[in-house]
Design a protein. Sequence first.
Lengths: 628, 416
Amino acid sequence: MHKKFLFLLSIFIIAGVLLAACQPAQTAAEEPAAEEPAAETVEEEAVSEDPAAVAASLPREETLYFNGQQWGSVVCWNPYSSNCNNAMALAQQDNARVTMFETPYLYDMLDGKVYPLLADGDYAWDAGMTQITFKINSAAHWSDGTPVTAEDVAYTWATHVKYNTQFGAANKAYIDTIEAPDASTVVVKAVLGEDGKALNPLLVQAYLSSNYVIQKAWTEALEARTNGDAAALMADIAEDAVFSGPYHKFFTDDTKVVMIRDDNYWGQDSSMFGKLPVPKYLAHVIYKDNAAGTTALQAGEVDVSQQFNSNVQDLWLKDNLPISTYLPEAPYNIGASLPTAFFNMASYGLDQVAVRKAIAIAVDYDTIISNAMTNQSATFTQVPRSLMNPTPGEQALFDHDAVADLQWAGKDIEGANKLLDDAGIVDTDGDGWREYDGKKLQYIATCPNGWSDWQAAIEVVAAAGKEIGIDITTNYPEWSVYQTVVTNWPLPETGYDIFMMWSDGAGPTQPWGRIRHLLSSEFAQTTNNWNGNWGGYKNADADALIQEIPTLTDATALKADYTELVKIYLTDVPSFTLMYRPQAFHTVNESVWTNFPHEGDGTSPAVPPLDLTDGWSIAGLYNLTLVK
Amino acid sequence: MKTALQQVFHSRKFVTGFAIFMAILLTVFLYPLIIQDEPLAILGQGNFFPPGIYVNIYDSIHSKSYVLNLKDAASKRIGKILTDQSRQDIKEWLVSYGVPEDQIDINDTESLLSQWEENYDSSISLPGMTFAKQRYFQRLDESVNGLLSSEGVVISEVNQETGNLDQTNTIDQSEYVHINEVANVRILPLGTDNFGRDVLTELVKATGVSLKIGLIAGVVATLIGLTLGLLSGYVGGLVDDIIMFVTNLFTVIPSFVLLILISFSIGQDNRGATTIAVVIGLTSWVWTARAVRSQVISLRNRDHVNLSKLSGHSTAHIILNDILPYIASYVVMALILQVSSAILSEASLSILGLGPRTTEVPTLGLMMNWAMIYQAHILGKWWAYFPVIVVIALITFSMNLMNTGLDQVFNPTLRD
């Protein structure tokens, strides 16, 4: 028996050793293969300039370095895909990234207007509000030298619809067709509502500044090689993509992304920028985390930083580095989005307005802003809460006096306690916690693990609960779990009572788009919901107003509707904003380059602080000069 | 027993280690009795306030004032703002603006500042000057504004009835307050952390929690190791084979990797301090088991054990009465090492973000974790992490010292 046992043990151990031995054997087999590309590289170098060699030591005075955009290595260069993880080249959004591919118009978040890029002159709605017409700039041409035509715009849309890309799916309820009556004229036909006018003119307009124009010939080549298979078309890495923008792929690996200027870029035509953008290379080293990015920024290895650098003012006040932000003082950047805590309407007691509002007014927002955001957000005394971001354009859209009584600045423990007492939600069994209908009010506040500023904010929310007799504890699941849970209704019974998500920033459809995502019941209690209203709030009045606003042209009526929506939001409190956050962080180091956009820099139209890559901020690339 | 204790306390190493450990333990118990703040209360609005004494400005204004005519008060006030560097910078600006260099005397504060006031205009952008530098001069201009004034500061209050500002007080430059007469003075010996919490209060609480984690983990690990070691060593045979097979398996797998995997899989909502302690204990018993086993094997054929067997005592009785006492000193030493390594394990786990759930209780590892997330090490906020490292080092150092002391007493080969 004993011997048998030992024998069995030995067998196990030998098997284990053998299995383990397989591993190195495979590696050994792979090794020679790994050497081959290296050999090729050497040959190429001899023939022409090898990107890898150049990228290894880019000329500093011709390269603009970024951080905070690209995390992990690039997957593809395909403008039809939404999973390329290619932050330097691809982002079709409110402020579209126009380094490689271009949109007809560029949005400027500072004045809320759009300026023509591929388009020539302004776009125009027809008298009946059914279609938009605009011209294509005759100077615009692709990287292969062929002109950009209206047919390209039409074919791009047709492809989005045919293969149901993310961009097609998001817009096809509002855009019917895009047609090209001649080579330079584009007609965008809207889906019409019952009144015979465009169902949602805002979203139709927004398409023109948020979606790329892609070359028809290249798209046809792509379709041919993927045999009309939608999944294959969107998964294609598209390294051969024909583009119209000023930069394109030079080199990528898992440590960096480098784009190089196209010296034949059409934008040097006098009808557009009149010259080429200044830096020859745009480079983004892939950093491990924010701390590594900050260190690189301090060392002058990064010129434009799009990441949260905590206590950013220390970089110039204490370290005396040539670093600055868009604004000289806190909040240092222009707040554009509103990170928000949502109430799960299905949680016990959170269907009661009194409970929701009590929690919201008890929270100490000043501590969130000073400690979690290190003052990189305006306070709620500076910009009282509403549904609008702090930009002057949005702030002008509602009647401040009409909602003043409903707004709160936070830390109002007395008011919160009174609200709960008046609603009859009191502590009946003397354990220090309030009960609703005999059941203790007990919630978990949550946000993804590792999102440090959000975590710190959620801690402050939980602390407020303890002050008003509501037991709030915190929990931080991993993002992979968190995102699946909050985007799929119903939320679990516990664990997600109060949870943080984002809301829209600045863009051509804002603030309407943000309000829709916060309040509209079209997203309430749905699955695979990446839009908003994750708490499941429903209000027919709000829905009616949200539907009406895009069709309004009268400023007074518009203001009345927005004011009404703010009133509903502040009365019902389905969610509450915890801080203001910039559209993009924009911290620059002037060790090598200077003349970055900053407040009062005299540019007209003003270049927004969006890292010189998004929307109208790309114009900033033409103003850069070297520090002597 | 008594002589053993006497011997132990004659070991200088043990006594030093014991004293350090006791000092830490006493602080953990006594500190909360004196400073009764919540360890996790958020005091500061803003992060990483430096260590020091904080005096309430509002209360200072309303405190009794003493006039002290100190000779160097004005020059100190000026020197705080107008450093040698900023004098150089002012000169640099003036020169590049066009003021002849020989007309500038950077040591003559009055003339330097009047030249500055005369020429500086924040809207002027000198050629070749970066924007960061322009902002630097704007800030410098603001800070030197009124620097040479000998006037006091006027304190005004809003009149509730009229809404006007009524002057209530003026404060001269030579007025002082006695710090004891200011109602609110707060000493933050170690400043605040990223949440604005008092680091010292938090650190004391965290030390307590970490010691608790260490103790639970140490006891769990030692109990498992001891039981398995005793059984395996004394019973032998198949039992020994099985136990040693399992033990060897655990020896091969690095216990820290196991710890990471287990902590990750139980998920954050279940990771309380006690759970983490138990998990650490469950993964670190291996070498105790092996060592106890080898000790027991050498003991089991001694005469007194055989005698006990012949007397018909049960296995449990023999293990408890005839074997355990002989390895007791060794077990105590093993326990001490287990406790100190468990404290280190908790710190390593928490730094990876796999420690106990944040903000219910602080632990040493969590304090390090948050300091790192908020980049204290990059920004030079040493007080947020360095004291934590010192405490961890002191705890493990004192325990290892005690262990070495014990070893010298109980291990015959090491005796002097």
